[in-house]
Ligand binder design. Sequence first.
Ligand code: ZN
Ligand code: ZN
Length: 143
Amino acid sequence: MTDHQKVYVMLRAKGLRMTSPKKRILDVFLNNQDRMLSVADIAALLEGSAAIDNATVYRNIQKFTELGILESFNDEQGVNRYTVFEQEHHHYLICTGCGKIIKIPCVKCFWQTQALKNDFQETHHKLEVYGKCAECAAMKAEI
Ligand SMILES: [Zn+2]
Ligand SMILES: [Zn+2]
């Protein structure tokens, strides 16, 4: 199954009716899985096809996040950005310049050692590393 099919199957299993705006918004996410997208990014990526207003985009993103299809992050400016949620546990390097994301494996043994040392029972953890990707760093150097 492709990622697209997997998400559609998951939506149906959760009882969500697949409308045309929903499908188009999801497709934008599925086709841009290497980036964190803000509502404004989605609106820009949807341009050219029949318009979907920002309120509809926002409402659907909220719904998808609730259902665990998208995960959200706050960027440096406090803007919510979203990407397709993946079952497999991992972390992100997030570019604050272009929103590009690079998945990195978890350093679980490090957390576990620290938790153990402090007699702390971990339930879950989150780690995002913010910075500039190679392209954005190079662009900045040119200016
Ligand atoms: Zn970048
Ligand atoms: Zn982890």
